[in-house]
Design a protein around this ligand. Structure first.
Ligand code: CP
Length: 323
């Protein structure tokens, strides 16, 4: 069994969210549509609904995070859940306790939903195999494997601007090799029917046989950006790199940094996206990150609605009857 197979119950109910791989188009669309119903909550005077009242959500972060942890916390609070935030510096795993023992202890406190980030690929899946039936797990990023809610908020942001996915060209640029975000985006975009997904990177930062994911690889950024509708920039994941995979930061920016000049290759109304954290002057020029094409901060705002949607669905508040 894989993480993708472990997400649904035998009855077809979405129980965990571990990866966008093998997530049906119906499920993806249901998550996006449900997020749509939460999108204006941020502007309301009372930003809360009681969908998760009485539920306990634990944000279990073994790796640094700004956007994901905060937006999960806001999302859970807007759904009226009780929320506990734990990060690596405060956990008993530092005293030798295993992750599973930590989870078992938190379960003993009647936690309903764990949001897990870990530097190890497969961590959320492992935990999902050891929790009782009424407990759900959301993968908030595991190693280089998956970051499903990031991919969904990215797809949600694209859908706000481009209703039809069947004629889109999406270019994902940068450190594809180490990127859980890219993997999750590729699965989600393929499922949504995007016909042209390009990955642009130096050869050292492209996985071997990347074409098998259903993408077109490019090492020349100018060629890869030609007529793109959406350009998603990625951070160099230096914390996951072993050895030197780029010649130098200046050369990397010259070849793969997104500048206004390079962006002219794309379609005139191109969307510029980035999951964050952004490194200005390394993968993206400041004037592009802050420019008219950029929807980078909308991605962050949308992350709250998408995470509300996923939590509400897993906790039974917005389930579809079948897969
Ligand atoms: N996009 C993303 O995962 O950002 P954080 O690392 O800040 O959570």
């Amino acid at each position: 069994m894989t993480a993708g197979d472990n997400q649904y119950t035998a009855g077809g109910r979405l129980r965990h969210l571990l990866t966008t791989e093998n997530l049906s188009r119906d499920t993806l669309t249901h998550i996006l549509d449900t997020a749509e119903s939460f999108i204006d909550f941020g502007q309301r005077e009372i930003k809360k609904v009681p969908l998760l009242r009485g539920k306990t959500v634990v944000n279990l972060f073994f790796e640094d995070s700004t956007r994901t942890r905060t937006t999960f916390e806001i999302a859970a609070k807007r759904l009226s859940a009780d929320v506990i935030n734990l990060n690596a510096s405060r956990l008993s795993t530092n005293k030798g306790e295993t992750v599973l023992d930590t989870v078992r202890n938190l379960e003993a406190m009647h936690t309903d939903l764990f949001v897990v980030r870990d530097s190890q690929s497969g961590a959320a899946y492992l935990i999902s195999q050891h929790v009782p039936e009424h407990v759900s797990i959301i993968n908030a990023g595991d190693g280089r494997h998956a970051h499903p809610t990031q991919a969904m908020l990215d797809v949600f942001t694209i859908r706000q601007h481009r209703q039809d996915f069947h004629n889109l060209s999406v270019a994902i640029v940068g450190d594809i090799l180490h990127s859980r975000v890219a993997r999750s985006q590729i699965h989600a975009l393929n499922t949504m029917g995007v016909p042209d997904i390009r990955v642009i990177a130096p050869r050292t930062l492209l996985p071997t046989e990347v074409e098998r994911l259903g993408v077109h690889p490019y090492t020349d950024m100018h060629a890869g950006l030609e007529d793109a509708d959406v350009v998603i920039m990625l951070r160099l994941q230096v914390e996951r790199m072993q050895g030197s995979l780029i010649a130098g930061e200046r050369e990397y920016f010259n070849l793969y940094g997104l500048t206004r000049d390079k962006l002219q290759r794309a379609k005139p109304g191109v969307l510029v996206m980035h999951p964050g954290p952004i490194n200005r002057g390394l993968e993206i020029a400041s004037d592009v990150a802050d420019g008219d094409h950029s929807v980078i901060l909308s991605q962050v705002t949308n992350g709250i609605a998408v995470r509300m949607s996923v939590m509400a669905i897993l906790m039974g508040g917005r389930q579809k009857p079948d897969r």
